[in-house]
Design a protein around this ligand. Structure first.
Ligand code: PGA
Length: 254
């Protein structure tokens, strides 16, 4: 159930998938099926960003990236800066995804620096947090998520309308999800932390759920308090599935 007064966001994280033709086809199908309700966002790999942004210009689907560097420019071979993303038409950027944290050793401090860069460039950051399976089994999920929030979010986050995504690492790409009660509990913890840190503005920030969200579980998950949308991986690569999740968000009680 999206927070009262908050428009849900359904975001597709395409990860390292697709080709020029496939990205164009997927973006076109999402735009063609976009209905009223949630904000829609697709996050293609870097090379396809300009083409997808051009294809979606004037359409009700925003475009975002999956990472950015903390610096605006300079000697950082292979990296891409936030102003470059803005320049090619992105308006959002996913930061601190667990695959970045794991595969590229991104710390909370690194995520915070990238988030500051995104804000400085005028991009809306989607900052990901989430516990490992061992942490969940040890009863540490909420402590881990709280610590990641504290370390990853810069002071300007709420004023700029930043987005938080709760993505339990063990639920990503596995087909497994926490129970509805577990999701609701973590989202309530995140909301409380955002309000404690940012005051009233923290009460209106969007908190997405991510991790094996699909049409068959989206209705129940999106009905939970403080679930203001979803960050969708695998199911975002199939336009019909992504659009079905968007419809679930449109139909969720508000
Ligand atoms: P998944 O990925 O939907 O394939 O589990 C979600 C994510 O990693 O953002």
């Amino acid at each position: 159930m999206a927070t009262p007064g908050v428009r849900p966001l359904i975001a597709g994280n395409w990860k390292m998938n697709g080709s020029t033709a496939e990205a164009a086809a997927l973006a076109g199908a999402v735009a063609a099926g976009a209905g009223p309700g949630p904000d829609l966002l697709v996050c293609p790999p870097f090379p396809y960003l300009p083409g997808v942004a051009a294809a979606l210009a004037g359409k009700p689907v925003a475009v975002g990236a999956q990472d950015c560097h903390a610096a605006a420019k300079g000697a950082h071979t292979g990296d891409v800066s936030a102003p470059m993303l803005k320049d090619v038409g992105a308006t959002y950027v996913i930061l601190g995804h667990s695959e970045r944290r794991a595969n590229h050793a991104e710390t909370d401090a690194a995520v915070r620096a990238k988030t500051e860069a995104a804000l400085a460039a005028g991009l809306t950051p989607i900052v990901c947090v989430g516990e490992s399976e061992a942490e969940r089994l040890a009863g540490e999920a909420e402590a881990v998520v709280t610590s990641q929030l504290d370390g990853s979010l810069p002071d300007g986050f709420a004023a700029a309308g930043g987005v938080v995504a709760y993505e339990p690492v063990w639920a990503i790409g596995t087909g497994r999800t926490p129970t509805e009660a577990e999701i609701a509990a973590v989202h309530a913890t995140i909301r409380a932390r955002l309000v404690a840190r940012f005051g009233a503005a923290g009460g209106g920030l969007r908190i997405l759920y991510g991790g094996s969200m699909k049409p068959s579980n989206a209705v129940a998950i999106l009905a939970l308090a403080n679930v203001d949308g979803g960050l969708i991986g695998g199911a975002s690569l199939v336009a019909a599935d992504f659009l079905a999740i968007a419809q679930a968000a449109a139909a969720a009680p508000r």
